[in-house]
Design a protein around this ligand. Structure first.
Ligand SMILES: *Cc1c(COP(=O)(O)O)cnc(C)c1O
Length: 221
């Protein structure tokens, strides 16, 4: 299925109005699809498998800003540390510590988002508010892993009220921690729920299928 350029252009316009960043989620899609969006001006791309990301990063232009949006295992941080633009799914101190260590090795500061658990489902990763509070006081220990905001995924449901209430609560949490200039990003919203997310205050959306078409169900992605 070809990349949907008209959907891309109208989405870009809509997000520009709201000063929100678009991360084009290209997981499972070939480099040719990424090149097509790149040619149309897109620079932020999201992937959720380390090996796939590293292979694509080698083959594609160096000015792409790569976002890691999946669940990151500690032993894989080293592979993406040299180039990653933003790691969205940090949900433990041990992962933050590893990112800090690899950031220092690579002589760079790696931007991160703390992933919050907002969905009803048990399976989704993320911190609760108490764990967030605990982790926030420890951030100064990890200067090479810079927390710039929060990320969350709503329940997988057609119940828009539930989705809205989950985004709303994440947005409230994000307001309370936006005390410093560095913590400003709120990553929420995917193809099926990004409009609700924007209405609730998201400033970064992660959109895959709307741009690239439906994915084959491989590796459970
Ligand atoms: C796959 C994925 C997306 C994009 O999902 P679409 O429904 O295709 O837009 C966004 N965020 C995360 C964390 C993902 O894993």
């Amino acid at each position: 299925m070809p990349v949907n350029l008209s959907a891309y252009l109208s989405l870009k316009k809509e997000l520009h109005h709201r000063s929100a960043t678009l991360v084009a989620v290209s997981k499972t899609k070939p480099v040719e699809d990424i090149e097509a969006l790149y040619a149309a001006g897109q620079r932020d791309f999201g992937e959720n498998y380390v090996q796939e990301l590293c292979e694509k990063q080698l083959r594609l232009p160096a000015d792409i800003r790569w976002h890691f949006i999946g669940h990151l295992q500690r032993n894989k941080v080293k592979y993406i540390a040299p180039f990653i633009h933003l790691i969205h799914g940090v949900d433990s101190e041990s992962l933050l510590k590893e990112i800090d260590k690899e950031g220092r090795k690579n002589n760079r500061i790696i931007d991160c988002l703390l992933q919050m658990h907002i969905a009803r489902e048990e399976t989704k990763f993320g911190l609760d508010n108490a764990e967030l509070t605990e982790l926030l006081v420890k951030l100064p220990n990890y200067p090479n892993a810079r927390v710039v905001g929060l990320m969350g995924m709503a329940s997988f449901t057609t119940d828009e009220n539930l989705i809205r209430s989950e985004f709303h609560s994440l947005s409230r949490t994000s307001q309370t921690i936006r005390t410093s200039q560095t913590i400003q990003t709120l990553s929420m919203g995917m193809s099926n729920d990004f409009r609700i997310a924007l209405e609730e205050g998201s400033n970064l959306v992660r959109i895959g299928s709307l741009l690239f078409g439906e994915r084959e169900k491989i590796n459970g992605a």
